[in-house]
Design a protein around this ligand. Structure first.
Ligand SMILES: *[C@@H]1O[C@H](CO)[C@@H](O)[C@H](O)[C@H]1NC(C)=O
Ligand SMILES: *[C@@H]1O[C@H](CO)[C@@H](O)[C@H](O)[C@H]1NC(C)=O
Ligand SMILES: *[C@@H]1O[C@H](CO)[C@@H](O)[C@H](O)[C@H]1NC(C)=O
Ligand SMILES: *[C@@H]1O[C@H](CO)[C@@H](O)[C@H](O)[C@H]1NC(C)=O
Ligand SMILES: *[C@@H]1O[C@H](CO)[C@@H](O)[C@H](O)[C@H]1NC(C)=O
Ligand SMILES: *[C@@H]1O[C@H](CO)[C@@H](O)[C@H](O)[C@H]1NC(C)=O
Length: 599
């Protein structure tokens, strides 16, 4: 049992005598511990921790309105994206926030002013403090938690932390506090999962099927997906013309890697004219290709890159590979975002050590810098890695979500996979069906991630679509089973089962929303190409457009299948939007026509 309450006696009596207690409010709290972690002891009070206080950015309350102004199809400013400098100026934390936090640390925390620094970006206030000081400051208790499986220890505070009310409005989040060491997982699945506890873990060795003969034959699309199958499914035939203006990026987190000779094996069989083509490596925080003989280590990158290159379909269009993290420390979404946006970058501290890679990395072989705004983001960025919502704190997620919004203001589109574990994503050609028959949601081995957020409320752009689903097809679960008021997902879908991928010279079947994301991203990139060729802007944040009346019919509606998990059949795919396949899979000619009508 853990002790609750603000202080243990020994600590509090001495410290509190000296000053007037301040009224504090809960700043962040955690409902339950992430799976596998148990508290084993109180943290030593003299232990020094790098306290990082993230300041709230200015103007975030206006972010959605700014985004709608450039992304809603009815807006006269559609496509008038901002420059990165405009974004940085609009959201920079105010001097009032810096002052409020600094004075709280000095006056109430009795931390000498010379121990406190402000990060270069002006977004983080940093101080090395003892656990004792942190506990007093935050009205919490720190414990050492241990992971049941690997015995790894982690320092975190219990249940909640507090800050004075007048300070709370200036603070985004504080680390280290509640956040846990749950590493991101890639979504590609190369072997069947045999029990629920394996979901989201990547430690299982691969036994993915090796295919000995290559089908280029569309008759086989129900068993093996190839470039040709995807082109037929989505009516996707397009030759890029704006190759010098358009950009697309694919994100991979080290140690996930690939073997470059596999591109040629893949192209030799599926897209002959592309033999010799490679992505352009953009290394962020020491990202490198780590050689491996384990197909599992190559599955995600090989899948993503072979399909993006193959679907873009020409040597002349550059595909950027954002390889993030050195092989020692690894990396997470915030490291990517730091590399893309100088104004968000937490250089000098501020990344969450329990979640993100901390750079410079002092470990042997570690990368000695912290990459900050080193590359202008591509127009479309595909990512097939994910977390479980329950493993992160709301403040951590909201901060990151705002950053995706800021980059979207500059015209960037992020395509993320929705997960492969059902209500808790992917479409396929049903066994025995022809590629020209309607698709069905994957229901057998890897149900699509879909459902409702417990953190983000339903946004206005999906109000009509989601309320229509819930009214016409009530899921029939008790209100505590899913949160009908939350942001519903996915938005769209694409085939994700049994893609043929070359891995270390052999062709294997790889499945997951990991496959859907790069496929959708590649098709969207062709839309950008066509718009850029006409002197228009890239599509940017697509949600308000695709959910609008103007895009009726732009997607192939998937009306069969479900996403079972948690002992339920999950949600059912139905006509219109549904929490299994979203609005549906791309119908390229229709999507393109709609986007070319917009300014
Ligand atoms: C905290 O301590 C580390 C290690 O000594 C040091 O590198 C860092 O600069 C210190 N941070 C602050 C804000 O003083
Ligand atoms: C891929 O194409 C090459 C060249 O045509 C061929 O030799 C090879 O057998 C094919 N791969 C498989 C697995 O069939
Ligand atoms: C996918 O591949 C597996 C293994 O080869 C096969 O059993 C299955 O029928 C294929 N197709 C579908 C739609 O699952
Ligand atoms: C349901 O989602 C909303 C956000 O839309 C959130 O505020 C609320 O706490 C969630 N309810 C539960 C029980 O998690
Ligand atoms: C890459 O694959 C080729 C065979 O396709 C193999 O000969 C080579 O050893 C592989 N390289 C690495 C680094 O895995
Ligand atoms: C619809 O899904 C069910 C499983 O839920 C499957 O048995 C059936 O073959 C699918 N039908 C079509 C037309 O895809």
């Amino acid at each position: 049992m853990l002790l609750t309450g603000f202080f243990t006696l020994g600590v509090a009596s001495l410290a509190l005598a000296a000053r007037t207690p301040v009224r504090r409010v809960v700043h962040e709290s955690r409902r339950s511990l992430p799976t596998g972690w148990t508290p084993v002891r109180r943290a030593e009070l003299d232990l020094v921790v790098p306290l990082s206080i993230g300041l709230v950015q200015s103007n975030l309350e206006n972010l959605e309105a700014y985004l709608l102004d450039v992304s809603h199809p009815d807006s006269p400013n559609y496509g008038q994206h901002w420059t990165p400098a405009q974004v940085a100026d609009a959201f920079r934390p105010s001097q009032a926030s810096v002052d409020a936090v600094r004075s709280w640390l000095v006056k109430e925390g009795q931390i000498d002013a010379d121990r406190i620094t402000v990060s270069k970006s002006g977004s983080w206030i940093l101080a090395n403090v003892t656990v004792r000081e942190a506990e007093e400051l935050l009205g919490t208790e720190y414990y050492v938690y241990q992971h049941g499986q690997d015995g790894k220890e982690h320092l975190a505070c219990h249940q909640a932390y507090h800050v004075p009310k007048h300070v709370s409005k200036h603070v985004d989040l504080i680390t280290p506090t509640l956040h846990f060491d749950t590493k991101i997982t890639r979504h590609a699945i190369t072997a069947p999962l045999d029990s629920a506890k394996d979901i989201g873990k990547v430690s299982r060795p691969v036994t993915g099927n090796v295919i000995h003969s290559i089908f280029n034959d569309l008759e086989q699309c129900d068993e093996v997906i190839t470039l040709a199958c995807l082109r037929v499914l989505y009516d996707f035939a397009y030759v890029p013309v704006a190759i010098n203006k358009n950009t697309i990026g694919v994100v991979e987190y080290t140690p996930q890697s690939h073997n470059a000779s596999d591109f040629d094996a893949f192209f030799a069989n599926f897209s002959r004219t592309q033999v010799g083509e490679r992505p352009k490596l953009v290394s962020i925080d020491g990202g490198v290709l780590v050689p491996s003989t384990d197909p599992n280590a190559y599955a995600e990158s090989s899948l993503d890159l072979q399909y993006v290159l193959g679907l873009i379909g020409t040597k002349r269009q550059e595909v950027q590979l954002y390889q993030v993290g050195d092989p020692v420390e690894g990396a997470s979404f915030n490291n990517l975002l730091d590399g893309l946006d100088q104004s968000y970058c937490t250089s000098g501290g501020g990344d969450d050590p329990t979640q993100d890679g901390i750079y410079p990395d002092p470990q042997p072989g570690g990368y000695g810098k912290d990459d900050c705004g080193i590359v202008r983001p591509a127009y479309i960025i595909s990512t097939s890695y994910g977390y479980q919502e329950a493993d992160l704190t709301p403040a951590y997620m909201q901060r990151q979500c705002a950053e995706y919004g800021k980059l979207s203001l500059t015209g960037v589109t992020f395509v993320y996979s929705s997960g492969d574990a059902g209500v808790g994503g992917r479409q396929d050609v049903v066994p025995g069906h022809k590629v020209t028959q309607p698709e069905s949601a994957v229901f057998q081995r890897f149900p699509s991630g879909g459902g409702f957020s417990n953190v983000f409320p339903r946004p206005a752009f999906q109000e009509k679509a989601v309320s229509t689903y819930l009214t016409k097809y009530p899921p029939g679960y008790a209100p505590n089973i899913y949160n009908a008021s939350g942001r519903a997902f996915p938005d769209v879908s694409a085939n994700g089962l049994n893609y043929s991928v070359a891995i270390n010279g052999q062709f294997r079947l790889v499945s997951g929303t990991s496959a859907s994301a790069p496929t959708f991203a590649s098709i969207l990139s062709a839309v950008n190409d066509a718009r850029l060729a006409l002197g228009k802007k890239p599509v940017g944040w697509i949600n308000p457009a695709i959910y609008s009346e103007a895009f009726n019919g732009a997607f192939n509606d998937i009306t069969n299948g479900s996403n079972p998990n948690c002992g339920t059949q999950g949600f059912l795919a139905k006509p219109g939007w549904d929490p299994v396949t979203g609005l549906g899979t791309p119908n390229f000619p229709k999507m393109l026509a709609k986007w070319l009508l917009l300014p």
